[in-house]
Design a protein around this ligand. Structure first.
Ligand SMILES: Cc1cc2nc3c(=O)[nH]c(=O)nc-3n(C[C@H](O)[C@H](O)[C@H](O)COP(=O)(O)OP(=O)(O)OC[C@H]3O[C@@H](n4cnc5c(N)ncnc54)[C@H](O)[C@@H]3O)c2cc1C
Length: 339
């Protein structure tokens, strides 16, 4: 069996992210019969090491320092390379966060190995390892193996249960890494406020908005402002994640009434994202792509549409409410207490 290295960044507050705990489950599975090493990167890694101390790793490595707290390619790749060289494992496992996806190809290149991102499954066949991964925004699935080592794998979130187990006090070896020559400087962080940040991967519900919200309604008028208030109110109360159809996010470019808090990052579907949430609610949405591709990994789906013949909502939702979304969501908000 090949040795496995699990790599993780330490989050603010010293924790390991939920996605990293999922990748740790995969790393443990891969390391069965072999050796598991954990490598942590951050300002201080002791708390994170303690939290996952019972995961069964036989070796613990860490790169620590202020320079390694920031998400920055230059310092991240130096830290990861130093740990990989110290561990010497054939398989390197990380969570497919934007931070790791950015670093992994460069890391594999430095080590003379290979990287695969968007990994959704692994299978051992004797001594050989096969992975399943997505290509082209989850439209194609590939099953492959590679001879090159180290093989660096970024595991998509939602494909493995998060590791849960005892904490511990492992002996962590510090690995030297020098970020002194990194030219990129982080001068500050500009982030939307908590309420403006509408993409919430951990939310229980994906709320999808379609172009109907900004179309003329029964009275012949557009009610974009009212739509904005209803949607914001619902998101505020439920902390749902906000998805959108392509038509709705594209409208801004056509000079039509828009919902100003939506960007292309909210778009779900073939040319958008395919998020994973336990539940989904689509409103004013007719499109094929959001319903078939955007909802692909949504377990329980409901839709509100005025049109009883909306084929995609009928075909892809478990429950279709043929109703006015303004009225339905207004009533839902009132029931939630913030109408
Ligand atoms: C190559 C390609 C890739 C694409 N990729 C994507 C993609 O990734 N994601 C995506 O979303 N689209 C994608 N599209 C576009 C897609 O085909 C649809 O055109 C689009 O999704 C339609 O958006 P919509 O449902 O918001 O709008 P519409 O089709 O205009 O539907 C609006 C709906 O709102 C309903 N409605 C109106 N008022 C109300 C009300 N008061 N209450 C309830 N319902 C109401 C109407 O009955 C209607 O069904 C792609 C298209 C192509 C060609």
């Amino acid at each position: 069996m090949e040795d496995v290295l699990f790599l993780a960044h330490v989050e603010e507050g010293g924790a390991v992210s939920p996605a990293a705990l999922e990748a740790l489950s995969v790393a443990r599975q891969l390391a069965e019969g072999g050796k598991l090493t954990v490598g942590l990167i951050g300002g201080a890694t002791g708390k994170a090491a303690g939290a996952i101390g019972g995961c069964g790793a036989s070796r613990w490595l860490a790169v620590e320092g202020e320079a390694f707290t920031q998400a920055r390619y230059g310092s991240d790749v130096i830290a990861a390379e130093a740990i990989c060289r110290a561990a010497g494992a054939g398989i390197v496992v990380v969570a497919a966060s934007s931070r790791w996806n950015r670093v992994l190809p460069g890391l594999a290149h430095r080590l003379g190995g290979r990287a695969d991102t968007h990994v959704t499954g692994i299978a051992r066949e004797g001594d050989s390892l096969r992975i399943h991964r997505w290509y082209y925004r989850q439209r194609l699935e590939g099953c492959l193996t590679r001879a090159q080592r180290p093989w660096c794998l970024a595991i998509e979130s939602g494909v493995a249960p998060a590791w849960q187990g005892e904490s511990g006090a492992p002996g962590v070896e510090k690995v030297a890494a020098d970020a002194g020559a990194v030219r990129a400087k982080v001068t500050g962080v500009q982030a939307p406020s908590e309420d403006a940040q509408t993409i919430r991967p951990d939310a229980k519900l994906l709320f999808v908005t379609g172009a109907g919200w900004t179309k003329k309604q029964g009275d012949g008028q557009v009610h974009a402002k009212e739509a904005e208030e209803i949607i914001r109110n619902f998101l505020r109360q439920t902390r749902a994640s906000l998805g959108s159809t392509k038509s709705l996010v594209d409208l801004g470019g056509e000079g039509q009434a828009v919902l100003p808090f939506l960007t292309h990052l909210n778009q779900v579907g073939q040319t958008g994202s395919t998020p994973r949430h336990p539940k989904g609610l689509a409103t004013c949405c007719h499109g094929e792509e959001p319903h078939t591709v955007g909802w692909r990994f949504i377990a329980e789906r409901r839709a509100v549409n005025l049109d009883p013949n909306c084929g995609w909502a009928r075909g892809k939702a478990d429950v279709l409410y043929v109703a006015d979304a303004f009225a339905v969501m207004g009533a839902v908000n009132a029931k939630l207490g913030g109408g």
